[in-house]
Design a protein around this ligand. Structure first.
Ligand code: PSV
Ligand code: MN
Length: 388
């Protein structure tokens, strides 16, 4: 039997971090379609994130991306967030958009470029000190396009050296989250292409280096939930970058392309105690809203994670274990599918009402008048966007 009060308590305490870049304009390499009312600076991104938290009650922090969210005074930015009832979350480094990084950043063959990349990573830790952020999220676009272009082993050595220097610089309560991605922008070798490579580096570094699973970063058909179970078992799952994909790293709304996969992933989280705050698994969104309205898209994404979480928490683990022990394959599968096929929307409405929220976050946002206000007020200036 599932313990409904415990499920409700877990849903109430779940925290999902939204990405500052999800509020800005974004697109593909073909076109960025601008939308009216989009923030023009990091402060306005926080204003939007506060609206998402007001509507959902479970998104108290925002990830920043540096230099996209560079400001003169990060303490002031943190105070601004606090005044709006939210906080600053993970700091994402960006060593992929400077001309010098054409052949790599921390793995570049030229030591001067490597020094420049490392200096940026250190700057990100300085920012964490000012914002009080716990997590430094590292993703490297480093890799090669052609066989023979560089020595892949030497590149691993250079990567290890940079990671060790950053790890050394971290404070006691700070963590390094290392993200892997199969390919793109590098098309032949990528220096951190998979969870195994990320795991090996984190293992050498120590307990505060952990792996991030971005759900869009695998080969088609990869069993992501197996990776999640394995990392949890080893105490090395630092968190998720949630999004969904049909083909490659599509960065669509989480749960939109394959809600069943999201459920399977969160089932592994649930049965391995990954929702317990002390496990330290960070639930982050890493998405871009290219054609859909941005704030409602973030809200919808949060709701999708909540729905998959509720279903995962509803799995009757006693019944599942009993079926597994007796070798009843069909029954074990049925127990899982019963939870997946449960309509959890009434439960979530109840949970929200008990939290003092509107049962429908999207309706709450629509009723707030915020969208009309930002469209009217945010006129002039340069809109924020991916890469700017
Ligand atoms: C790379 O594709 C990535 O997933 C990393 O997390 C980056 O920081 C982010 O996307 C940029 O949107
Ligand atoms: Mn990511």
């Amino acid at each position: 039997m599932t313990d409904l009060p415990a499920v409700k308590a877990a849903l109430k305490s779940q925290q999902i971090e939204t990405p500052s870049w999800g509020y800005g304009n974004s697109g593909t390499r073909f076109k960025v379609f601008a939308q009216p009312g989009v923030p023009r600076d990091p402060f306005e991104k926080l204003d939007d994130a506060a609206q998402v938290h007001a509507a959902t009650g479970v998104t108290p922090t925002v990830s920043l991306h540096i230099p996209w969210d560079r400001v003169d005074d990060y303490t002031a930015l943190a105070a601004y967030a606090k005044e709006r009832g939210i906080g600053l979350g993970a700091i994402n480094a960006n060593v992929f958009q400077d001309d010098d990084f054409k052949l790599g950043s921390v793995t570049h063959p030229d030591p001067a470029v490597r020094r420049k990349a490392l200096a940026h990573l250190m700057e990100c830790v300085d920012i964490m000190d000012a914002t009080g952020s716990r997590d430094l999220k590292l993703w490297f676009s480093d890799g090669t396009n052609y066989p023979g272009q560089d020595d892949v082993t030497a590149r691993q050595d250079r990567l290890a050296e940079a990671l060790a220097a950053v790890y050394e610089r971290l404070g006691e309560d700070q963590r390094m989250l290392l993200e892997y991605k199969l390919f793109e922008p590098a098309f032949y070798t990528t220096d951190v292409p998979d969870w195994g490579t990320a795991y090996l580096h984190c293992l050498k570094l120590g307990a505060r280096a952990q792996v991030v699973v971005d759900t869009g970063h695998h080969a088609p058909g990869t069993n992501i939930e197996f990776i999640v179970a394995q990392l949890l078992r080893e105490g090395k799952l630092g968190g998720f970058d949630f999004n969904s994909r049909f083909y490659a790293d599509d960065d669509l709304m989480v749960g939109a392309a394959d809600p069943f996969q999201l459920f399977r992933i969160l089932h592994e989280v649930a049965q391995n105690d990954g929702f317990a705050p002390e496990t330290g698994v960070a639930f982050l969104l890493d998405q871009c809203h290219n054609i859909e309205a941005k704030i409602p898209a973030v809200i919808r994404s949060v709701m999708n994670v909540q729905e998959a979480t509720a279903k995962a928490l509803l799995v009757d683990l006693d019944a599942l274990r009993a079926a597994q022990r007796s070798g009843d394959v069909l029954e074990a599968n049925a127990v899982l599918m019963d939870a997946y096929n449960t309509d959890v929307r009434p439960l979530l409405r109840e949970v929200r009402e008990e939290m003092g929220l509107h049962p429908d976050p999207l309706a709450a946002y629509r009723a707030s008048g915020w969208q009309e206000r930002i469209v009217a007020e945010r006129v002039g200036g340069t809109q924020a966007g991916w890469g700017a």
